[in-house]
Design a binder for this molecule. Structure first.
Ligand code: NAG
Ligand code: ZN
Length: 501
């Protein structure tokens, strides 16, 4: 019988093959994107790319500086390797090329493209309000301040930075012609040719100051969530003829294969946003969005770490209340905010409410005016905690809350846009953590949190949400326990956990 051939040695060989050579993957058929996760588990995980860049995800961030690139103008004397890897056409880049405007130096490694087919010129990976472009270029860089090379950086949360360029069919593009004219030299998989250097900057749009920024992943296996994405707002064009050259010249199979498979439509579908926001460097234009007041990014991480292992007495004095559900912030001294900021926040919030009328019922009446600003930021932690909860349910180890938090929450706090996203840590979660720390300080803190919660409940009895279902619970109605919603308490999936003393 067939399965008898499947000996441990065969399994081992298969595993080794996957590890050493990478398992076969394609964009369609039995090895298509919905099956990637079987050999590449990250592809089924969180923070995946590409995404649909929707207006409602956008948050203006005034800290986003224009992208600056160095040594992009290569001389024709420098030879670059143009190659067909069976999934894309790729050009290697010299390590003197880098991005200089990010917190670390990100050194260029290669660029490649994703495109549609001759019958369907729509093959970009990122889409903007569901609009797919003809093609997309990715200039891949790695964090050379922290890692010696691409392979060491590729699976680190701050390992890669990719510049994404959306490509439309229109005017002829002389810069793209610099490598497209050699494309027939790499028709088949694993073929390579040397091509003269040219000005890589000319492949990018004129404006490098307008872009979308979010944390995501490689869009191909192994899909590591290690990419700081920059997708430029403005597209570039290539001519119809140039697009057709790209879409028809290449094969994903080797020259000796008897059944050649054309290489086209090599794009991945948009992935779930997983509570992420997309920061934008520009304000004007369609789909105007509210202003994000960016908080010190390390505050939240520091507080949670302190909660897990640090000095609890200190924590009670400072930061903890910043993590409590909106409403408890009244406990700590009134924070001032200038009128202008308040107005723009109100504007942003009413826009959000229009987009998601059921989502902000609570924040509308129980408005938060502290430093941590918009109540809509609860989303970030809501999704994290929901994931922790689901994980606990799956593993039937509900008492391992703290470990689950360590595993699921803390690594993700390294992700850059998560750090900018300000939100609540649910009170029951905090108290579960505290119960893992049986000290006097923990008891003290627990007591004062109980008082905080009582006050909050009193305040919120006056509030009547007109739609008693949060967005988070509607995300996965099958798994979220349907309990009566406690007012002023935004985390229904944690309700079954006992927290009444
Ligand atoms: C990358 O760097 C590591 C650590 O220095 C080294 O072991 C590895 O061989 C390097 N890989 C490549 C492809 O250069
Ligand atoms: Zn790519």
């Amino acid at each position: 019988m067939h399965f008898l051939n499947f000996t441990p040695i065969a399994v081992l060989q298969l595993t080794l093959f996957s590890v050493l050579h990478g398992a076969k993957w394609t964009y369609t058929g039995p090895d298509g994107e919905h099956h990637w996760y079987k050999h590449y588990p990250y592809c089924g995980g969180t923070f995946q790319s590409p995404i649909d860049i929707k207006s409602e995800l956008l948050r203006f961030d005034s800290n986003l500086r224009p992208i600056e690139v160095q040594n992009y103008n290569l001389s024709p004397n420098e030879q670059l390797t143009l190659g067909n890897n069976g999934h894309s056409v790729q050009i290697s880049l010299p390590s003197k090329m880098h991005i200089s405007s990010l917190p670390h130096r990100y050194t260029a490694a290669q660029f490649h493209l994703h495109w549609g087919s001759s019958s369907r010129p729509a093959g970009s990976e990122h889409t903007v309000n569901s609009e797919q472009y003809a093609a997309e270029m990715h200039v891949v860089h790695y964090n050379s301040d922290k890692y010696p090379n691409m392979s060491m950086a590729v699976d680190k949360s701050d390992g890669l930075a990719v510049l994404g360029v959306l490509i439309e069919v229109g005017e002829f593009n002389p810069a793209f012609e610099q490598f497209l004219k050699f494309i027939n030299g790499v028709k088949y998989r694993d073929q390579r040719v040397q091509v003269p250097g040219f000005n890589i900057r000319a492949l990018l749009p004129a404006r490098l100051d307008e872009y979308y920024r979010y944390d995501g992943s490689l869009t191909t296996p192994p899909c590591y969530p290690s990419v700081l994405w920059t997708v430029f707002r403005n597209d570039v064009t290539i001519s119809r003829k140039q697009f057709l050259a790209l879409a028809t010249a290449l094969y994903s199979t080797h020259a000796q294969d008897s059944a050649p498979v054309p290489l086209n439509a090599n794009y991945r579908q948009p992935q779930l946003t997983d509570g992420r926001v997309v920061l934008v460097s520009f304000k004007e234009g369609r789909g105007l969005h509210g202003t994000l007041t960016v908080t010190p990014p390390h505050t939240r991480k520091r507080i949670i770490q302190q909660l897990l292992v640090g000095d609890l007495a200190d924590l009670a004095d400072e930061g903890l209340y910043q993590l409590l559900p909106s409403g408890s912030e009244k406990l700590h001294a009134g924070k001032k905010k200038d009128l202008k900021n308040q107005q723009s926040e109100t504007l942003a919030k009413s826009k959000q409410q229009m987009l998601n009328p059921s989502l902000w019922t609570k924040s509308q009446t129980n408005r938060y005016v502290g430093k941590f600003g918009l109540a809509d930021d609860t989303l970030c932690y809501v999704s994290l905690e929901q994931r922790v909860f689901l994980r606990l349910r799956q593993s039937h180890t509900e008492n391992q809350m703290v470990q689950a938090l360590r595993d699921a929450v803390l690594p993700e706090l390294n992700l850059k846009s998560y750090l900018d996203c300000k939100s609540d840590l649910a009170l029951p979660t905090i108290r579960h953590i505290l119960r893992g720390r049986p000290t006097d300080e923990a008891l003290e803190l627990d007591r004062s949190l109980t008082q905080a919660l009582m006050k909050q409940r009193k305040t919120s009895t006056a509030i009547k949400p007109n739609v008693p279902v949060t967005k988070s619970s509607s995300l996965s109605p099958a798994t979220v326990p349907r309990k009566p919603q406690s007012l002023g308490y935004p985390h229904p999936w944690l309700l079954p956990m006992e927290w009444e003393d």
